[in-house]
Design a protein around this ligand. Structure first.
Ligand SMILES: [Zn+2]
Length: 210
C-alpha cells in the first residue's frame, strides 16, 4: 500500500493515475470521491460541503465509511488521505481492524516535495479533463489518461483564486510536519523531488516501491 503525501498541485493525482494504469494499483482519491458526493448531492455530500465551506476537513466518520466501500488490499494507493494526525490514527486503526496488512512492513509513504511558489503557479494554470478529472499539461491536445479531447477541460473552482489556493496550502502545511515525524519513526517515509518531469517522478516512485 502506498500513501501519497503532497500538497495540492504536487502531482499526486497524476502519479496515482499512472500507478493505476501501468501497475494495476487501485486508487482511493479522497478529493475526487468527496467532490462526486457533493456533485451528486448525496446525504454525505451535503455534510461534506458544509464542512468544506467552513474551511474544515470532511468529517472523519464519513471518510472512514467511504473507505469501507472500497476494497482494502495491499496494491492500493491513497491519494489525499490521511492528512492530519487524527486521520492517521483512525486510518491505522481501521487497517488493523479490517485487513491483514502489516502497516509498518507493507506501507510506503511518498512525499512529493514542491516549493510553495511553484505550487501556486501550477494550481492557477491547472486544467482538468472533463471525463476523468486527470490533470492536463497546458499545451496538451488530449487527455493523457483517457484520450478525451482536451478542449473542454475545466478549472476547479478552488484553483481559480489565489486566496483559496493559499488557504488550502496553509491547511496542508499545518499538520504536515507531524505526519512526516510519525512516518519517519516507523521507517516508511520517502521524499521525492516533485519539481521534476512526470516520468522522472514516476521512475523514483517505482524505485521506492520496488
Ligand atoms: Zn481524461
Amino acid at each position: 500500500m502506498i500513501i501519497l503525501l503532497g500538497a495540492p498541485g504536487s502531482g499526486k493525482g497524476t502519479q496515482s493515475r499512472l500507478l493505476a494504469q501501468r501497475d494495476g494499483f487501485k486508487v482511493f482519491a479522497l478529493g475526487e470521491i468527496l467532490r462526486s458526493e457533493i456533485a451528486n448531492s448525496t446525504h454525505y455530500g451535503k455534510t461534506i460541503e458544509a464542512s468544506i465551506k467552513k474551511g474544515e476537513f470532511a468529517p472523519l466518520e464519513i471518510v472512514i465509511s467511504l473507505l469501507k466501500q472500497h476494497v482494502m488490499h495491499k496494491d492500493f494507493v491513497l491519494d489525499g488521505f490521511p492528512r492530519n494526525m487524527s486521520q492517521v490514527f483512525e486510518f491505522e486503526k481501521f487497517i488493523h481492524e479490517n485487513s491483514s496488512i502489516d502497516f509498518d512492513k507493507s506501507v510506503k509513504v511518498i512525499d512529493f516535495i514542491v516549493p510553495c511558489e511553484i505550487l501556486c503557479d501550477r494550481l492557477k494554470n491547472r486544467r482538468l479533463c472533463k471525463v476523468c478529472d486527470g490533470a492536463l499539461l497546458c499545451e496538451a491536445k488530449e487527455c493523457n489518461f483517457c484520450g478525451h479531447y482536451s478542449e473542454d477541460a475545466y478549472m476547479r473552482d478552488d484553483d481559480c483564486n489565489c486566496e483559496s489556493v493559499a488557504r488550502r496550502l496553509e491547511i496542508f502545511h499545518q499538520e504536515k510536519d507531524l505526519l512526516i515525524e510519525h512516518y519517519s519513526k516507523k521507517g516508511i517515509y520517502h521524499a521525492v523531488d516533485a519539481t521534476q518531469q512526470v516520468e522522472e517522478v514516476y521512475a523514483e516512485v517505482k524505485s521506492i516501491i520496488a
